[in-house]
Design a protein around this ligand. Structure first.
Ligand SMILES: [Zn+2]
Ligand SMILES: [Zn+2]
Length: 133
């Protein structure tokens, strides 16, 4: 049986451009766990992207968003550091990808392999440009 989201609606995770759904259960569960940890509403800017939408907005070559394994999120009231620290406490994100964006959001993904980065403006940097740890 497919994973049932506890804190989000399926449409919050759907492609912003066409409404297509495609997020993996692993991502959905990790997002619910993140929400439980921060104990505050989590705003999903962008999660699943169809390839058309991804080509229009992605800054990176091999985006996780069309795979359904990534979300860009922010938590009103938390700093980038606090959002980042909370993501590192969720194993699927800790051992996956976490990107920090100076526009005020973080990217989390459940790729099986650790990746960290920051974007300052449209320039990719190491995560330490924006957060510690
Ligand atoms: Zn689309
Ligand atoms: Zn992203």
């Amino acid at each position: 049986m497919a994973y049932q989201l506890r804190h989000f609606e399926e449409r919050e995770l759907a492609c912003r451009h066409c409404g297509l759904q495609g997020c993996t259960d692993e991502l959905k569960e990790a997002l619910d766990d993140y929400r439980d940890r921060v104990k505050l509403p989590v705003v999903v800017n962008d999660a699943f992207r169809c390839t058309v939408h991804n080509a229009a907005v992605s800054l990176v070559a091999k985006s996780q968003h069309p795979e359904g394994t990534a979300a860009d999120i922010h938590v009103p009231g938390l700093s980038l550091q606090e959002m980042y620290d909370a993501a590192k406490r969720i194993p699927a994100f800790q051992y996956g990808g976490i990107g920090v964006y100076d526009k005020g959001f973080i990217h989390v993904d459940v790729r099986h392999g650790i990746a960290r980065w920051a974007f300052v403006g449209n320039v990719e940097r190491s995560a330490s440009a924006l957060v510690i740890g």
